[in-house]
Design a protein around this ligand. Sequence first.
Ligand SMILES: [Zn+2]
Length: 251
Amino acid sequence: MLTDTHCHLDAAEFDSDRGDVVSRARDAGVGKFVVPAVERKGFGKVLEICGRYPGCYPALGIHPMYVEDACPGDIDVLHSRAGEAVAVGEIGLDFFVEGYDRGKQLSYFESQLRLAQEFDLPVLLHIRRAQDAVLSCLRKTRVKGGIAHAFNGSLQQAQEFIKLGFKLGFGGAMTYDRASRIRFLAGNLPLEAIVLETDAPDMPPAFIGKARNSPEYLPKIAEVIAQLRKISVNEIMIATTANAVEILELE
Ligand SMILES: [Zn+2]
């Protein structure tokens, strides 16, 4: 049984067929889904979906690209609902797109790390062009670990995350031949550091073109990493699910 450690099942793209998507994914061998919120407005929907579909686990947090519209009261709401989540996420830093307020991103990231520390929860990290900045925040505010989602840093940065108790998430990006660095990492990092994800409905893997991504494609993503590592899909499945269960303390 596979675990999709990052899947936005709450996205509007799934409103018309969410139940079918979950059952097709389950039929394909995906048994657990981690559903991270991106903004306070979405907390209720994420919790409702995870309550409705067995095997779905909620994470609550404010995504760096949504910090622009966030207010301090959102952190209070997060504080009041964090006990219902398996992780704080999706949180992090995104310095890729120009024009976003980096100071505000940092301040929301830091307060959410402190909240994760207070609740003893792992975190789900979104990191773009900000690997070292995220690492320095994590050294300042020690959390119990978590997942660096859609990891796209260097080997050395990967090793720093691992030292801090993190797993690294690999998904659609790894299916593109040109993604040589990500494919190298997916093929060579210690197996106990790796978890799988789709990031559905975003990050479509190469084999579906530009179509809506879905957790039902996770088995094919698992085949890609099995080929890169020259081991069986079964070994990948057992190890990556064990890693996800361990780091997020899933039942
Ligand atoms: Zn995401």
